[in-house]
Design a protein around this ligand. Structure first.
Ligand SMILES: C[S@@+](CC[C@H](N)C(=O)[O-])C[C@H]1O[C@@H](n2cnc3c(N)ncnc32)[C@H](O)[C@@H]1O
Length: 266
């Protein structure tokens, strides 16, 4: 095991299996190498465990989910951007690389958009700040280190919050915590804003590595309807839509106060 746990070789293994809820798998998904000073080089699998993770179905589905997710974020962003400056809040953001891309793209199109990323992992927050700096996004993205469930008092948005995303966060929360999260998101969102969430849904057999590392027990799998139910249990989102990304992921969108759903999600 020591061989695999060497720094650099082990990070995907640790965060994918030993301490799920990490973001390293997404370094691969988004093609970012945290050790490259330019922040541009594609991150490559660094050993047999990395390769296993990279080729796993979860990684493939995550790549698919990300493609869908990114397009949804962009179409929502263009809609809100036409109304004036707005803020995106990403909860359980990791280093926020998905957000970086969205902010860069929307800014290039002339929209006045900023983002706040909240994550409990100090390393993710540090890395996020570093990458944002390299990409010239300082001032546009703020990183907050802490719990994403009770995020309300920690953030100071400069413009109305129109999009809140919880990409890959709900999987790690109990039902009670998830309820609180969705209610808090409702309070923070401006009218007409959208609250997006994605979750994994385990279909098929559990792999031996998952059993050995207890990975499966640490995750909260929910199907689309269960994920969608958090929007309306105790809160009042209108027009909740669920879409499927790949075989194992769901994306749900809840709109605050009557905004019309984006057609592609219906
Ligand atoms: C699978 S990663 C997703 C990262 C990011 N949303 C993305 O798509 O690139 C899940 C992230 O949620 C964070 N996380 C899990 N539970 C959290 C909590 N209660 N508060 C804050 N962050 C949390 C983890 O630290 C991790 O960075």
């Amino acid at each position: 095991l020591g061989f695999f746990l060497k720094p650099g070789r082990s990070r995907l293994f640790e965060e994918t299996f030993l301490d799920p809820g990490g973001f390293r798998l997404l370094d691969l998904v988004y093609g970012f190498d945290p050790d490259d000073p330019t922040g541009k080089k594609k991150y490559e699998p660094q050993g047999p465990i990395d390769t296993y993770c990279w080729n796993s179905r979860a990684a493939k589905d995550t790549r698919l989910r990300f493609d869908i997710y990114k397009n949804e974020m962009l179409s929502h962003g263009r809609k809100y951007g036409k109304e004036g400056p707005f803020t995106i809040v990403s909860l359980g953001s990791g280093p926020g690389r998905d957000i970086n891309d969205i902010i860069l793209q929307l800014s290039a199109e002339g929209y006045d958009v900023s983002a706040i990323c909240v994550d409990r992992n100090a390393e993710a927050v540090k890395l996020g700040r570093l990458v944002a700096d390299k990409k010239g996004l300082n001032g546009k993205i703020t990183y907050v280190h802490g719990d994403a469930v009770n995020f309300k008092d920690r953030i100071e948005p400069k413009s109305p919050v129109k999009i809140i995303i919880k990409e890959g966060l709900v999987d790690y929360l109990s039902n009670e915590k998830a309820e609180i999260l969705f209610n808090n998101a409702y309070e923070v969102l401006s009218d007409g804003g959208v609250s997006l969430a994605s979750n994994m849904y385990r279909a098929g057999r559990i792999k031996p590595l998952m059993v050995l590392t207890g990975w499966d027990r640490k995750m909260k799998y929910r199907d689309g309807e269960e994920l969608g139910s958090f929007y309306n249990n105790g809160s009042r989102f209108d027009g909740v839509n669920i879409s499927t990304a790949g075989r194992t992921h769901f994306i749900a969108a809840g709109y605050k106060n009557g905004s019309k759903p984006i057609p592609s999600l219906v």
